[in-house]
Ligand binder design. Structure first.
Ligand code: TRP
Length: 330
């Protein structure tokens, strides 16, 4: 059994891209692996959030995780800041990490460029904190996107460096978890790349969107004037519409519109209406659960408490071992 770990910064509502890009696979993984999923609220401090916002965002994302099917019985679901051992490991690792290698990290350089007035030490040591998250549970598999690959490589470097320095074989080398064919890429509604936080509210379908909102967004999605030749290639915005449809509609339904496209009888208005209906059927139960969990303070507190206990148990063992290895003995 692999120890799978992933963290998510609580920076707003989940969208369809995060669902199909990651969450859906996490939900499957918790059936077979030992999974740790956490809300990375320590990481958020680099941007100095308002205390009330921090608290609110953590609960929002937790309710949404749970509504999608992450199960506190099957996985360890926790809030990073409820496991103080993260901070202790972060400190130990920082003693082995070189300032020079941190300064060369692409994500750091990008942040410095965007925000030259807030180059704090926490930002510089972001990769150390991420390594602490992973190594604390001695995770073996980490599902990460392209933007996080460099961070994961650094985690391996730090783990190896620790093992070498103390001549132990303590940390396993965490590997990237590649979803391969199971990764459904969700495009944005404006024909520009994939759905993500940066592509604009109107081009993003949030799991919390009410059905009228959803309808508006889908009906406004970009299309062209329609095919003029049989079996002609689809322009990108039409490919996107089909990609969205494949994520929620039955294969026969998708095929029916494929055929209509290929013989030039397609009516995009009909296709969008169908897409809206199927998407709404898919999202309604999730939306309802988000509402239910968000308003159930006690349930959220219980989930956070159970997760914190499980995560601390694993963390305490690691810290105990590491203190022994480092030489804090007796
Ligand atoms: N850095 C990740 C992101 O921005 C979040 C994260 C923090 C994470 N710690 C992690 C992801 C550990 C995987 C493993 O998306």
């Amino acid at each position: 059994m692999e120890i799978v770990l992933s963290g998510m910064r609580p920076t707003g509502n989940l969208h369809l891209g995060s669902y199909f890009g990651a969450l859906k696979n996490y939900i499957a993984l918790q059936e077979t692996e030992n999974c740790y999923f956490f809300i990375a609220d320590y990481h958020l401090l680099t941007t100095h959030p308002h205390p009330e916002d921090l608290q609110k965002n953590v609960r929002t994302i937790l309710a949404q995780y749970l509504a999608c099917g992450l199960d506190p019985q099957k996985s360890t679901i926790y809030v990073q800041s409820s496991v103080p051992q993260v901070a202790e490991l972060y400190m130990y690792l920082n003693m082995l990490v070189y300032v020079g290698e941190l300064q060369r990290v692409a994500a750091f350089k990008e942040k410095v460029r965007q925000n030259p007035n807030n180059v704090n030490a926490g930002l510089l040591t972001y990769p150390t904190l991420m390594a602490a998250d992973i190594l604390l549970h001695r995770a073996t598999k980490v599902p990460v996107g392209k933007d996080q690959q460099q961070h994961l490589e650094m985690t391996r470097d730090f783990a190896q460096r620790f093992n070498n320095m103390y001549k132990v074989d303590y940390f396993p080398m965490p590997q990237a978890f590649n979803f391969g064919e199971n990764l459904i890429k969700i495009p944005s509604l404006d024909g520009n790349g994939k759905m993500s936080k940066s592509c604009g509210e109107q081009a993003t379908i949030y799991l919390t969107d009410e059905s009228n909102e959803l309808k508006k967004k889908i009906m406004r999605a970009k299309t062209d004037t329609g095919p003029v030749e049989k079996n002609q290639e689809k322009p990108i915005e039409i490919q996107n519409l089909f990609a969205l449809m494949r994520s929620v509609s039955k294969t026969e339904v998708v095929q029916q519109f494929e055929d209509a496209y290929n013989d030039c009888t397609i009516r995009y208005g009909d296709m969008k209406k169908q897409l809206f209906e199927d998407m709404n059927i898919f999202l309604t139960p999730i939306r309802e659960k988000i509402k239910q969990f968000s308003s159930d303070e006690k349930y959220l507190n219980d989930v956070m408490e159970i997760g914190a206990q499980k995560a601390r148990k694993s963390a305490e063992q690691t810290i105990k071992d590491i203190r022994e290895i480092i030489g804090f003995r007796g």
